[in-house]
Write a new protein. Structure first.
Length: 429
């Protein structure tokens, strides 16, 4: 009987022992464990390096195309386009899984290669595998897929993992954060009524942050604590978390406009949003937009803030607290603009707009030249505004009205409100 054949397809940097980055270290560790486990269950295991295919070496190409299963390491972003090319060659076979190994700061997601179904199918095919890193990835995939009883399955996997001593501190931090995320998911799915889920989420994110202070664990811990704490800076624990997060961000962001990492900027945004420091939050929001991330990243960020808003509202109703004030400042207004703007970006696909009426106003970001009231000028300045659509049934022309937010009082009145007749618009690009 021909043994089941598995090909490990990876970049050459995995075997470069002079490279000491965290992601390469994680990849090397996981790859060695996968290789050892496959050999232990008497399956054939071969490794093909990406650069071995650069010269169209047919033998190695055939290994990738003809294997019963291919496991690709897509951690290195520069290699991903080529990996996707060979993945598409095998799509008819489907027996392929994409793995990315990252340190906890990048645990937010497995980038755009979120092949959770393949990871879960792989675990079902190889139930004999008893490896902590591999098992953790299965729990991770179950949490991300989040169907039916996936969250409970993931919890059971993590509980078994925690009984073993064969894991390093970084993996334990990853496990703690995944525990926290699962309980946060369950808290949200339960309409924020189950305080035990909230309590458990806080416990596990706190454990992850204390074991290895990092942005991901810290901002999630702070957001969940904010649900029950009104003044973060007067609470010793949350004040200390704010200090530590500022230190971590200070090491990664020298100046906000120059930052190219979406998650760093999003963490800065969330940190100042929960402190109601709207000016700093809005500066980060603009940078988040300019980085042009995929919509699921916006979704992840807004879900965190939505959890805070909805959970605090639910708790206030349960406690019969006094009604929240309806008064908003100009900074509140501009912050609300960015929430609406990002929500529109998430829901901007054409299918989501089918059979829906257009709202009376739309949040828009305008880039133009403006003149201050003191006669000095702004060149190519981004300003926040609202677009009002006026559809008239009579003889009056249909118009678009662009209104800048009240915060922009330093701009001349004639630039703050502009009316455009629709019949004068030649095209929209």
């Amino acid at each position: 009987m021909i043994p089941f054949n598995i090909v490990l397809f990876t970049g050459s940097d995995l075997f470069d022992h002079t490279t000491s980055t965290s992601s390469v270290h994680h990849s090397q560790l996981l790859w060695r464990n996968i290789e050892t486990t496959i050999q232990r269950i008497n399956y054939r295991c071969e490794t093909v390096q990406l650069d071995q295919l650069d010269f169209s070496e047919q033998e190695n190409i055939n290994k990738v195309l003809n294997a019963d299963l291919v496991i690709m390491d897509v951690t290195n972003q520069e290699h991903r386009p080529t990996f996707m090319y060979y993945k598409s060659n095998r799509d008819n076979f489907y027996d392929i899984v994409l793995i990315e190994t990252n340190a906890v700061d990048n645990e937010k997601a497995i980038e755009d290669f979120r092949d959770y179904e393949s990871m879960i199918e792989l675990s079902e095919q190889f139930k004999e595998i008893n490896n902590t890193e591999f098992t953790y990835l299965i729990a991770f995939a179950l949490e991300r897929r989040n169907q039916n009883d996936d969250l409970d399955k993931a919890l059971n996997i993590l509980e078994k993992l925690c009984t073993t001593n064969q894991m390093d501190s970084e993996l334990m931090t990853d496990i703690s954060c995944l525990y926290g995320r699962i309980y946060k998911d369950k808290f949200k799915q339960g309409n924020y009524l189950n305080q035990e889920f909230l309590h458990n989420a806080i416990i596990w994110y706190r454990r992850g942050f204390e074991g290895n202070p990092n942005l991901y664990a810290g901002i999630n811990l702070l957001i969940l604590l904010y649900i029950t704490i009104d003044d973060l800076k007067n609470d010793p624990e949350t004040y200390n978390i704010i200090i530590q997060l500022n230190i971590l961000l200070g090491k990664k962001i020298r100046w906000l406009e120059g930052s190219t990492d979406y998650w760093d900027v999003a963490t800065y945004f969330e940190l100042h949003a929960v402190q109601q420091e709207w000016k700093k939050a809005c500066q980060a929001a603009l940078q988040m937009y300019l980085l042009n991330p995929s919509s699921w990243r916006f979704t992840t960020t807004l879900n965190n803030l939505k959890i805070v808003h909805d959970a605090r509202l639910t708790l206030n109703k349960q406690k019969s607290c006094k009604k929240l004030s309806n008064k908003t400042t100009s900074e509140d207004d501009i912050y609300n603009f960015w929430i609406d703007f990002f929500n529109d970006a998430i829901n901007s696909d054409l299918k989501s707009l089918e059979n829906k009426e257009l709202p009376a106003q739309l949040p828009i970001l305008i880039r133009d030249n403006y003149e201050r009231v003191d006669a000095t000028g702004f060149m190519n300045m981004y300003v926040e505004g609202r677009l009002q659509l006026n559809f008239h049934t009579g003889t009056d022309p249909q118009t678009l009205v662009i209104r800048l937010l009240e915060q922009h009082k330093h701009i001349h009145d004639y630039d703050r409100v502009k009316t455009i007749e629709m019949n004068l618009i030649k095209s929209i690009v």
